[in-house]
Design a protein around this ligand. Structure first.
Ligand SMILES: O=C(O)CCC(=O)C(=O)O
Ligand SMILES: [Fe+2]
Length: 228
């Protein structure tokens, strides 16, 4: 069961032991040896389902839906608000030392709920509120399914520092190991987010840009009329 994390940002919950250690071992073996990873140093990603287009902010019609393989269908988050299968699933491998820069998954593209399953070595994920500067660390244990909703999804960024160790609250310095994650996303209907956060929301920023343009056009038109 997903247990709410009593902390800021609000909207985080976690299901520990989402799968058995044996299932995890089998998966890691398969992920390491049977998938066709891009030959890159650092973090590597593979995508299933729809591909999102940053040009149209919708589904990229040029890339066909990539069906979920059998090993993935048993790993979809349970008890979620979105009842339909995710539109997009991203599998990532982080070798020791790799991270992901702080970001909020694009608001206009993806819905209010995201999930991330962790496999292999644990890692500390960092959340940051750009408005107040507040930060929070969340340790992601192997086999845990994290849910990002509410503020954690929309108003705080999340990321993983690129470093070889994590220092835990009790002072323990934990070396990083190989980690895999599976993230689940649902496309947002209408591709427009209503949160209004001009720092993090692409929809809000676009609207503001458009408004500014309108105002500017109106002023231009008025000036042209007045002959000024
Ligand atoms: O690796 C993870 O757990 C999360 C990755 C992530 O934030 C993303 O792919 O957007
Ligand atoms: Fe993310």
């Amino acid at each position: 069961m997903q247990e709410e994390l009593e902390m800021e940002p609000s909207g985080l919950s976690m299901q520990t032991e989402f799968l058995t250690a044996q299932h995890e071992d089998e998966l890691i073996d398969m992920l390491s040896n049977r998938l066709d990873w891009p030959a890159l140093p650092g973090r590597r990603s593979l995508h299933y389902g729809y591909t999102f287009s940053y040009k149209t902010f919708g589904i990229d019609d040029d890339v066909p839906f990539r069906p979920f393989p059998d090993w993935l269908t048993g790993l979809l988050p349970r008890g979620r608000r979105e009842r339909r299968d995710p539109d997009q699933v991203c599998v990532q491998h982080y070798p020791p030392g790799a991270g992901i820069p702080p970001h909020a998954d694009t608001h206009g593209a993806y819905g209010d709920e995201l999930y991330a399953l962790s496999l292999g070595a644990p890692v500390v994920m960092q959340f940051r509120d750009g408005r107040s500067g507040a930060r929070a660390d969340v340790d992601l244990p192997a086999r845990s399914m994290l849910r990002l909703g509410g503020s954690a999804r929309l108003h705080w960024t999340h990321g993983i520092r690129a470093r070889k160790t994590d220092t835990l609250p009790d002072g323990t310095v934990r070396p990083r190991g190989h980690r895999w994650s599976i993230t689940y996303r649902w496309l947002r209907e209408g591709a427009a987010c209503a949160c209004g956060d001009e720092k993090l929301c692409d929809t809000a920023r676009r609207r503001r840009g458009v408004e500014r343009e309108y105002r500017w056009e109106k002023e231009e038109a008025a000036q042209a009329r007045d002959g000024s």
